[in-house]
Design a protein around this ligand. Structure first.
Ligand code: BES
Ligand code: ZN
Length: 622
């Protein structure tokens, strides 16, 4: 039904200029009813209790009666203890309100219905979170770099904000937010908002995000955090022992912002800071506005993995400024961002470096395509996924990127850059659907250069499972060289000592290891290790690739090292390939389950779900 609608848009618009279709009133991953009563502002007042592992306090929601007759506000929650709900009319007092919390759905949580009088302007919910809230990770001091203080961080995307704030948890709804966060003495709170260097007299940290953002971008972290400036609007927050290394790694961020501004328009969020998380952070990065959250695994000392920062920064345009309206439009966030990332990376570090990244991305895509269900291989699905976390893969990223590269090639870089800049400007601080993008594309590019792109071709990119034959595939001479050397090494024509790998960038190693043909022998792997000391490498990315390869080759002597690795890391992209490789044999699966039992308490709730899916035999995912 969705796809028919889409088709309607670009078929009709090939004759006349299509108006953009409206945003949908609701979406399948939220119980909210913004078409009746819409949240316009969010104000948090929370205390952080590390002993009981809970946040407690209030959220005040300023509401607008879009439908003047509506008398019930519907919010999303997941496993929250709701203590009290009040409403308030303009200048009035807070009055108790009736509310009902529906039985929980495994994926969506519980709908919270609140009775609101017609004159109510604000709703206050007093609540606390549960210790295993899906959007929070509470770390013991031992799980941090400093080992002395506990740590807390949130991860709200996609639908986990509701596990720590009762709100309209849908990217259809945008609102500015304010917060006051009380922390134990000596611990600092940071959020995706304007910050102050000191807490109030009563120990509360204050925050303000004046621009309207979707709920999945509300973020908080609390820990022993220090700050170091790296540029006029950039800096790094990290635990003190990590601070200098982090600031060195990310010193070139201001330059990346300037490059992005040149093509895509001004950076509209004021500051751009980074927060380095402990190793259990389940993602590489998370584009929380003004404060990107980043895994420590990219801090390698050589700045070779900073395209991750370019990616999160690019979300300041694609994602945070123009937001996917529903999780079925996720490719609008990640496909655009992946395209922007490669553009920024090649502008900053050169074409050859950008090409390597593109080729690795393409390998990820092929890998994900092979594992994904057919329904998940296209950019948009016939029916929405039940759980957005479950269908997370490289497909919306890399296939989305290839789609934009293909469009760029049809219309030329200059026209395409201007088109993208227009898309961001014309939809700034709005949420958008794929159908709206197609209407805009029709209007601004297709109709102006008729005959270059057909509706059938657009369909092939968006709806057909297989990749279109016309895709413009990336190539990298630096990686082709590595492939050739690997071929000669595998067939014995080149000795291990002759591999010129001492000078390889991490990307070359990744290619060498990640797409190693199955005929590699255990003896060859041992020689590699002897020469290049891959076991125990301090580079966590390579560590994962190397262990995966040994596990996949059936090298049982890699098991102890794999266990150590899996106990120390938590980024899903690094740990899931190891669990997946182990799960291939019954014996390996039994071992993986043992390791997981030990490692699970240190993993983020989302990472636990992902690993458990693998241990149950499900193949898709990161
Ligand atoms: N927004 C994503 C992370 C995300 C996606 C969290 C979906 C929850 C649900 C972030 O921008 C991202 O894409 N991170 C990547 C970075 C990589 C592609 C450079 C990651 O974590 O691997
Ligand atoms: Zn992203």
């Amino acid at each position: 039904m969705r796809s028919l609608q889409l088709l309607g848009v670009y078929m009709a618009s090939s004759m006349s200029v299509a108006a953009e279709p409206p945003l949908p009133a609701t979406e399948p991953h939220s119980y909210a009813n913004p078409q009746q009563i819409r949240v316009r502002e969010v104000a948090l007042d929370l205390a952080v209790d590390f002993e009981r592992r809970r946040l407690s306090g209030t959220v005040d929601l300023a509401i607008e009666h879009v439908d003047p007759k509506a008398r019930e506000l519907l919010l999303d929650t997941r496993a929250l203890d709701i203590e009290q709900v009040q409403t308030r009319a303009e200048k009035g007092d807070w009055k108790a309100a009736e509310f009902k919390l529906a039985a929980p759905d495994r994926v969506l949580g519980s709908r919270l219905g609140i009775a609101v009088p017609g004159d109510a302007q604000s709703v206050r919910v007093r609540y606390s979170t549960v210790p295993d809230a899906s959007g929070l990770q509470w770390l013991t001091p031992e799980q941090t770099a400093g080992k002395r203080q506990p740590f807390l961080f949130t991860q709200s995307q996609a639908i986990h904000a509701r596990s720590w704030i009762p709100l309209q948890d849908t990217p259809l709804v945008r609102a500015p937010y304010r917060a006051r966060i009380k922390t134990p003495k000596g611990l600092r709170a940071v959020m995706s908002a304007e910050m102050h260097d000191e807490p109030d007299a009563d120990g509360r940290w204050r925050f303000e995000m004046p621009q309207p953002i979707p709920s999945y971008l509300i973020a908080l972290a609390v820990g022993d955090l220090a700050f170091k400036s790296t540029g006029k609007r950039t800096g790094v927050y990290a635990e003190p022992s990590m601070l200098d290394r982090a600031a060195h790694e990310f010193a070139e961020t201001e330059k990346t912002i300037e490059l992005a501004e040149k093509t895509y328009g001004p950076y509209r969020w004021g500051r751009y800071d980074l927060l380095v998380l402990p190793p259990s952070f389940p993602y590489g990065g998370m584009e929380n506005p003004r404060l990107t959250f980043v895994t420590p695994s990219v801090i390698t000392g050589d700045r070779k993995l900073v395209s991750l920062i370019a990616h999160e920064l690019a979300h300041s345009w694609s994602g945070n400024l123009v937001t996917n309206a529903t999780w079925s439009d996720f490719w609008l966030n990640e496909g655009f961002t992946t395209y922007l990332t490669y553009r920024l990376t090649e502008a900053q570090y050169g074409q050859a470096f950008g090409d390597m990244e593109r080729v690795l991305g393409y390998h990820d895509l092929l890998d994900s395509m092979e594992r994904a269900d057919v329904a998940d291989r296209s950019l948009i699905r016939e029916t929405p996924a039940a759980d957005p976390d479950e269908v997370f893969s490289s497909i919306p990223y890399e296939r989305g990127e290839l789609f934009l590269v293909w469009l760029e090639q049809r219309f030329g870089r200059e026209a395409f850059d201007a088109f993208l800049r227009g898309w961001f400007d014309d939809h700034a601080f709005k949420s958008a659907t794929t159908a709206q993008f197609l209407a805009y594309l029709q209007d601004k590019l297709l109709a102006r250069q008729p005959g270059k792109v057909s509706a059938v071709q657009l369909d092939a990119w968006l709806k057909v499972p297989g990749l279109p034959d016309s895709a413009v595939l990336p190539t990298s001479s630096a990686l082709t060289e590595v492939e050739q050397q690997r071929e000669r090494w595998l067939s014995g024509k080149l000795g291990t000592a002759q591999l010129p790998a001492k000078n390889w960038a991490v990307q070359q190693w990744q290619l060498f290891l990640d797409s190693m043909p199955e005929r590699v022998t255990l003896d060859q792997l041992r020689q590699l290790d002897a020469r290049f000391k891959l076991t125990g490498t301090s580079n966590q990315i390579l560590g994962s690739s190397w262990l995966r390869l040994r596990l996949a080759a059936g090298d049982k002597s890699a098991w102890p090292a794999a266990e150590t690795y899996l106990l120390g890391a938590g980024r899903m992209r690094l740990i899931t390939p190891l669990y997946r490789a182990l799960a291939k044999t019954p014996e390996g699966l039994a071992f993986a389950k043992q390791v997981y039992a030990k490692a699970a308490p240190g993993y983020h709730p989302i990472a636990r779900e992902a690993v458990e899916r693998i241990l149950r035999g499900e193949q898709a995912g990161v």
